[in-house]
Design a binder for this molecule. Structure first.
Ligand code: GAL
Length: 438
């Protein structure tokens, strides 16, 4: 072989070896070095997420806003659409929601009371997705009281995420008005009526009521039922073991008729928060309302135990009428991932500790930071831990929506005519119609 051709072959081998080395080296580099980074984070939930509620009054609106402030930095690509329909206890909002749900146009998530309001309506109608997986993924099963999980559950699944526990049976009073009239907070119904007579004689409206929505009458009525029946028989109203035709219900209706003699004349034109304002202004001495009234009082600058006082509504000490606001995941939510992000904040410690001190409620979780809660809310925490817990009629915990509506219809007539026998018969019939009573 001529030298020249040897040289060519050697050059060829040299180049072949060089190519091999370069290829091998680049393969090694490709395996060992970090893969090229995408310029953006993997996409999280994004877009608009519509949150539907009835929180528009003082305290309610600010509490909701506080929860949005926890949400937004966590999910910067999600934009909250705050869909509120004004009206205490959601009477108007629930009607709008029903229309939307039936039209297949659900919001991404909506406020719903834990208990029968949730289970007997949207869950049985197969309009909800279970949210058990949200509880499991966030390790929440151990941080909610078993009783709360129970009222959110049906058929082995959990159906909404609770944000709070509210107390219904609270009497709020203007401390200055009480002091001026030499009064202390009435513990019993007899003491209440004595105080009311004193206030009437002094020209002060004893009890502020804003029952432009009949739910407010039901709200006062549930406290009177509890006062007359006690916690066991009160519970029995909701499972058919207490007779709606019995003397306890008669007495509670008679009490309500008497109470209505001591209320502001314009009660049927006012909302619950306008009634609370009468107490703020000293135009009325007391109001019986859930502890969202505490959120209202604080929203207008008042401080518990300074300008306003609070007691269990007369005759109900030792019992806690509970209700819980929660949010659910409707089937067909336009932004399901966004809705799950919202539920994750609703159920979180941070979300609940931002919301509840402003809303006038206590966390549904057991690990809330007590130091963030004022003196009233700390007392509510203690009572929730030690009292007899009974469900609210007016706020969806005790009875199905249809049953509550039927009791409300009887109540609408009752506040107009104060006919105890007719109201009691209608309520007894409502229990039968609901399928609970024989
Ligand atoms: C209740 C609800 C509370 C409060 C109140 C007045 O039904 O649970 O959170 O909003 O209505 O609107």
């Amino acid at each position: 072989m001529p030298d020249e051709s040897k040289g060519v072959k050697m050059k060829q081998r040299f180049f072949a070896a060089l190519v091999t080395i370069v290829v091998l080296a680049s393969l090694v580099a490709a395996c060992g070095a970090p893969a090229p980074q995408p310029t953006e984070e993997p996409a999280g939930p994004a877009g608009e997420v519509e949150i539907f509620s009835w929180w528009t009054a003082g305290g309610e609106a600010e509490g909701l806003e506080a929860m949005y402030k926890v949400f937004s930095p966590r999910y910067p690509d999600l934009e909250i659409i705050n869909a509120t329909v004004a009206g205490g206890a959601g009477m108007e909002a629930k009607a709008v929601l029903a229309t939307r749900m039936q039209a297949g146009d659900p919001p991404d998530s909506f406020q719903v009371h834990a208990g029968h309001e949730l289970i007997d309506s949207w869950v049985v109608a197969d309009k909800m997705e279970p949210v058990t997986f949200v509880f499991e993924e966030n390790d929440w099963l151990g941080v909610y009281p078993p009783g709360v999980i129970e009222i959110l559950s049906s058929g082995g699944d959990i159906w909404s995420v609770p944000v709070n526990i509210h107390r219904s049976n609270v009497l709020w009073y203007n401390k200055q008005v009480f002091e001026d009239n030499g009064l202390t907070a009435p513990a019993s119904l007899d003491e209440f009526f004595d105080a009311a007579d004193t206030l009437m004689a002094a020209g002060v409206t004893p009890l502020a009521v804003g029952d432009s929505g009949v739910w407010v009458d039901l709200h006062v009525f549930e406290s009177l039922l509890l006062a007359e029946l006690g916690p066991d028989a009160y519970r029995g109203l909701w499972d058919g073991s207490t007779d709606w035709n019995g003397s306890g219900v008669t007495a509670a209706l008679e009490d309500l008729a008497s109470v209505m003699e001591y209320v502001n004349t314009d009660h049927s034109a006012l909302s619950w928060d306008q009634a609370a304002q009468l107490v703020v202004d000293g135009d009325a001495a007391m109001t019986i309302m859930g502890d969202w009234a505490e959120g209202y009082f604080k929203s207008v600058g008042l401080t518990p135990d300074v300008e306003f006082g609070y007691e269990p509504s007369p005759g109900t000490a030792g019992s806690f009428i509970m209700l819980s606001d929660s949010f659910g995941l409707p089937k067909g939510a336009p932004n399901r991932d966004g809705a799950i992000a919202w539920l994750t904040v609703c159920g979180s410690k941070e979300g609940q500790d931002a919301f509840n001190p402003i809303k006038g409620s206590i966390p549904a979780r057991t690990d809330g930071d007590r130091a963030l809660y004022d003196v009233y809310l700390q007392s509510a925490m203690d009572d929730f831990a030690s009292n007899e817990i009974v469900p609210s009629l007016a706020h969806g915990a005790a009875a199905s929506e249809g049953w509550v509506t039927a009791i409300g219809d009887a109540m609408t007539l009752f506040v107009a005519d104060l006919d105890v026998a007719a109201a009691q018969a209608a309520m007894a019939q409502a229990c039968v119609d609901s399928g609970v009573c024989q």
